[in-house]
Design a protein around this ligand. Structure first.
Ligand code: UD1
Ligand code: UDP
Length: 374
């Protein structure tokens, strides 16, 4: 007789929500499971954008975000808040995804109660505890005690084996971000009105090549963000390009970018886009400039070259395949690499190849089977 398992999925930020909604959908549709969802709401506005479009209604919403939250107060409140939910729900498994404060706190709260943890997107490593900061340590912490490690790629699985994680707890499932991207692409095909909100910008910039951009990493605050802003100013001085930049809600990002880039003719600083509109931005962009993790995974799937404005990446698959390039945060290098892609058709063609090193869109189904088997 099969046993019904109660799974509590815990998340709090935009990228976790995007990468976990396909799993929540799959768990809800599968009678092997009782699915419960707890959100920390470490991000309030950007999380709600994803919950709305994905139709996920949390059973527990801790509403933790405070403006300009510090890492220690956020960690403390997430740990105690999630702990209380675990005591109420007493799930058989806790599922977390990635490397944020919510992930680390949710996993530790489960560990304190001896509840097994399933870590989705396990095994990403940059090898540098300060890049990305604090994410590299968050995911290493979870990697030391998770009972089930769902590695997106063979590279990630190998990183876990090198850390002596038990081989039978590591499974290559693919990254659920590709499931999410397929889902949103289908939704837009069914209902094109979901992604028409950029049409005024598309008209304003008609005839120009669009550069899609995002930036938010904590380790880039200060000199890094300044370098990125300088580069964008210089790139946007060209008449044949326009930069569309949905600005992260983190006030540290907004202050710099608004001060440096507002009012430039060829730069549109806009509010964070919901997922269908961000998919549209990827689609209309010639290339992406980003320091985001998720965008490094989505852009190759759509054949869009990505210039990664970071010193290291825990997602080497795109770089190895030649469709992503690490350019750091030095303005001269960002400008030179962008110019090369814009002006050298052969260099562009070499990077603009669609490939899917991060998954085939069936990661959530594999994770369900793994949870059911245990
Ligand atoms: C967080 C994660 C980072 C992840 C990123 C994805 C940590 C430490 N950082 O970084 O790993 O890559 O999310 O975006 O877990 N804010 C809002 N509304 C929102 C979201 C954020 O106002 O919807 C503002 C708040 O003032 C908040 C601040 O942004 O205090 C910072 O948010 P926080 O989650 O602490 O850090 P992020 O830089 O967003
Ligand atoms: N994204 C979005 N709207 C935006 C910018 C990004 O929906 O305006 C999505 C993007 O498609 C990707 C995810 O947010 O799936 C990346 O989130 P973020 O860059 O905040 O975090 P990271 O991936 O770096 O942890």
């Amino acid at each position: 007789m099969s046993v019904t398992r109660k799974i509590l999925t815990v998340f709090g930020t935009r990228p976790e929500a995007i990468k976990l909604f396909p799993l929540v959908h799959a768990l809800e549709a599968d009678d092997r499971f009782i699915s419960r969802v707890c959100v920390s709401a470490q991000h309030r506005g950007m999380l709600d954008q994803v919950l709305d479009i994905a139709g996920v209604v949390p059973d527990h919403d801790l509403d933790l975000m405070t403006p300009g939250q510090t890492l220690d107060e956020l960690t403390a409140r997430a740990l105690t808040g999630i702990g209380k939910v675990l005591d109420i729900e007493q799930p058989d498994w806790v599922v977390v995804q990635g490397d944020t404060t919510t992930v680390m706190a949710g996993a530790i709260a489960a560990y304190y109660r001896k509840i097994p943890v399933c870590h989705v997107e396990a095994g990403l490593r940059s090898g540098n505890i300060h890049h990305p900061w604090p994410e590299e340590v968050n995911r290493r912490v979870v990697g030391t005690f998770a009972a089930l490690h769902c590695a997106p790629t063979e590279t990630a699985a190998a990183a876990l084996r090198r850390e002596n994680v038990a081989a039978d707890s590591i499974h290559v499932t693919g990254n659920t971000v590709i499931d999410a991207l397929h889902w949103v692409t289908r939704r837009i095909a069914e209902q094109p009105g979901l992604a028409t909100g950029l049409s005024a910008l598309e008209e304003r910039f008609v005839g120009k090549r669009i550069i899609g951009m995002t930036s938010h990493r904590r380790e880039n605050f200060g000199a890094g963000m300044q370098g990125i802003a300088d580069a964008v100013k210089r790139i946007a001085a060209r008449r044949d390009v326009a930069v569309i930049f949905p600005v992260h809600l983190n006030p540290n990002v907004r202050a710099v970018m608004n001060q440096q880039l507002a009012g430039l003719d060829n730069v549109a600083l806009i509010e964070p886009l919901d997922y269908p509109h961000f998919a549209r931005l990827l689609d209309i962009s010639t290339l992406m400039l980003t320091d985001s993790g998720g965008v490094q995974e989505e852009a190759p799937a759509l054949g869009k070259p990505v210039l990664v404005m970071r010193e290291t990446t825990e997602r080497p698959e795109g770089v190895e395949a030649g469709t992503a390039k690490l350019v750091g945060t030095d303005a001269d290098i960002i400008v030179a690499e962008t110019k090369r892609l814009l002006d050298d058709p052969a260099a562009y063609a070499a990077m603009a190849r669609a490939h899917n090193p991060f998954g085939d869109g069936h990661a959530a189904a594999r994770i369900c089977d793994l949870l059911a088997d245990r």
